[in-house]
Every structure is written in structure tokens, then in C-alpha cells.
Design a protein around this ligand. Sequence first.
Ligand code: ZN
Length: 203
Amino acid sequence: MMDIEKIYKDANAYLEGHFLLSSGKHSRFYLQSAKVLENPKTAAKLADELAKLINQGGIKVQSVCAPALGGILAGYELARALGSRSIFTERVDGKMTLRRGFNITRGEKFIICEDIITTGGSALESARIITELGGEVVAFAALANRGFCTRHNSNKIAKPTCKLPNDVPFFALEDFEFDIFEPDECPMCKSGSKAIKPGSRGN
Ligand code: ZN
């Protein structure tokens, strides 16, 4: 089994500090998957491992769809590893859409792939579009699972905030569970430090 935490740490993608997440909550840790995926060989290795889990799970698809921007690299590499097609959805004025001439065949089987699944909101929005257009979403996948949802073959219980449907399998390489805090309950804020948005200071 691959040591996913070590791969993230070696790539300086497992950040420690005081982070403002897109949900508005604060965390001491942040996973910057773009730093892992900047090395195409590492990206390929991770995707091959993820594809292995998906194949072992008996899932077969024609296509992988990723929500832009975060999911695109992981989705593309997963599609390569599975020998499938790779497409992506993207937000236009906040609404997830399918553009760029991508077509979906009625009954076409899909995996929705993200770099990291937190509550799975973007993945679910992508899945809804694929379904509306006649595709069938048979699995979700991510390199890392932040522990809100339950990945395939894990006996952990999903948190109520997980948005992924529980009748569709979710494949991920690793669980990364960090505490997250409301700003007014954040111990780092209490000790006087200020949360920063990941990516805003070169991270
Ligand atoms: Zn804080």
C-alpha cells in the first residue's frame, strides 16, 4: 500500500499553519494537492493506485468527469489509468455546467473524480449534471478523503455533512481527518494568529 501521507509531505503539500477554508472554517492543516500533482510521475502513480481500487471494486466506466479546477488533473490521470474518457464540469457564475462541446451518451457510465473530497458538494453538483444529461454515475473517487464521507471498504461512519449519496461507492487512497473550527472557537485565533487563505502567500 502506498504511503499517501508521506507523498503529500514529501511534496510540501501537507501544510501546517492557520488556514481559512472555503467553508469559512479554520484548520491547522491544509492539503494542497496541486503541489503533489505538479509532478506528473507522482500524479500517474497515485492515479494508478486509485484505478486499482476501482477495478477491484468491480466498477467499469466509459468516462471520468471532474469538477474544475481542483479535480481536473486527478480526473485526467484517473481516466488515463482506467483507459476511459476524461471530461470536466466548471462553474459559470457559481453554477456548475458542462461546456466545451463535451457530449454524454444516454446510459454512459461515469466516475466523478476530485483531488480531495471534503463534504463532496462540487462532486455532487457534477454528478447531477451528468445524470440530467443522460449519463449514469456509478462511483465517486478522490486521491484523499477528508473524513466527512466514508470511502469504499472503510467502516468509518460518514458525518451528517457528507453530501455524497450513500448508495454509490466512493473510492479514495487515504483518510485525512483534521479538526476544523468555527472562527469564534478556533484555538489558533484565540492565541492571536490570523487565518490565511491557502494559496494566498505562495502556499
Ligand atoms: Zn482561526
